[in-house]
Write a protein that binds this ligand. Structure first.
Ligand code: FEO
Length: 392
């Protein structure tokens, strides 16, 4: 792909990764991704903003053919999908200086062995003139690692945001063309990497409120030429109250837990509570993470196996604990054969969740009438709690 013009003297570089299906060996990427780098040719200085994942470095280097000089390389984020090919760019432009935060400098030295004398570190709010264009560096930690920053191009009102506001979609479209598709991908991305840091993301969003942002150019996915909606979406994900929704991930071995889950779902729906059900043997964990962004309650359905929760349910609890969603209630339902410590084990795996644990419903073998009554009672409790807390 050749470099593509966004505005006068501002270009999109980088690579489209159509085939990638997993990020960090953890995050499913059903639609691939892009690694966006940007080139700004000022009247006096030329600057590259971020780079690409190392396997795509040749593509970036070929896009820089014809560029006689790069004065600066901005590294917004030390993760290798954006920084990994900076050493290759430095080989081609050895005079270039790497501009980054003090924390990112240390990470880039650790991760990529970039020589210390290649760096210029910038403070929060510092500016850099390229001649006719001015860049302002805004420290925005935890989007997605602690060292991250974004850059605001003052004359063109463009925010270069790296992972912040990004979406994993492989596409040749330069700008957002399908808002619904990008909303879903951006929410999935937020859930997987930023949800745990909501309090800090909130401060970062507030920090951007003082800027007139006409365009957001992220390092994954399409450019937002009408960015208000994605900023509003982030506000909702970060600040919005939980919704009147139960996320119900489950696994069942011989259908007893499945019977309980199905009954609970029907009972909740009959009481006006929305349910998102995930069979953990087949589910896309990205979809599950996305559902956790808004859920008021999480109910895990698991049989007892080998004296504890099914390993897939344990993984789900571990993931939820790491993602720290805003859900306020949690419960456990499931069937057991002769005993075990399912509830104790799962409860011990979620210390980060600030939830009230509602009485679990466990039954021996196949559920009977009393078990279904207990599930109805749990559904009643959830509906009442959601109503009392104003979840909509
Ligand atoms: Fe796109 Fe945190 O890297």
């Amino acid at each position: 792909m050749y470099k593509r013009k966004i505005k006068e003297n501002i270009y999109l570089l980088g690579a489209i990764d159509w085939d990638r299906r997993l990020f960090d060996s953890l995050i499913p990427l059903p639609d691939g991704t892009t690694y966006n780098a940007y080139l700004i040719e000022g009247s006096e200085k030329t600057i590259l903003l971020d780079a690409v994942d190392p396997p795509m470095a040749d593509e970036l280097i070929s896009q820089l053919d014809g560029v006689s000089k790069i004065d600066f390389i901005i590294s917004h984020h030390a993760e290798q999908d954006h920084s990994g090919s900076i050493p290759r760019v430095l080989e081609r432009f050895p005079e270039a200086k790497v501009i980054t935060t003090p924390k990112a400098k240390l990470m880039l030295i650790d991760l990529l062995k970039v020589p210390e004398n290649a760096f210029i570190t910038v403070t929060d709010g510092e500016t850099l003139s390229l001649g006719d264009k001015t860049l302002k560096f805004i420290h925005t930690p935890w989007v997605h690692w602690p060292e991250t920053m974004v850059t605001y191009l003052e004359e063109d009102q463009i925010l270069f945001s790296c992972d912040f506001f990004g979406s994993h979609i492989a596409t040749t479209d330069l700008f957002v063309t399908d808002q619904g598709r990008v909303y879903e991908a951006a929410k999935r991305y937020f859930a997987e990497i930023m949800m745990p840091f909501r309090n800090i993301i909130k401060k970062n969003i507030e920090k951007l409120e003082g800027f007139d942002i006409q365009m957001i150019a992220p390092s994954h996915g399409q450019i937002y030429d009408h960015p208000a909606w994605i900023i509003d979406a982030y506000r909702e994900w970060v600040l919005g109250a939980p919704k009147n929704t139960v996320v119900l991930p489950y696994v069942s071995m011989h259908a007893s837990t499945k019977m309980m889950v199905d009954h609970l779902l029907s009972s909740l729906v009959s009481k006006g509570v929305r349910v998102e059900l995930f069979n953990l043997t087949v589910t896309d964990t990205g979809k599950l993470a996305m559902a956790l962004v808004d859920a008021g309650t999480i109910v895990v359905g698991t049989p007892t196996v080998l004296a504890g929760p099914h390993p897939l349910a344990a993984y789900c609890a571990f993931l939820a604990n790491a993602l720290r969603p805003k859900a306020q209630f949690l419960s456990i339902v499931g069937s057991y054969g002769w005993g075990g410590k399912t509830v104790e084990t799962l409860a011990g795996m979620i210390p980060n969740l600030k939830v009230e644990v509602l009485d679990p419903v466990l039954c021996k073998g196949v559920p009977l009438e009393n078990d279904f009554i207990a599930l109805d009672k749990l559904a009643d409790t959830i509906a009442k709690k959601h109503s009392e807390h104003g979840f909509r």
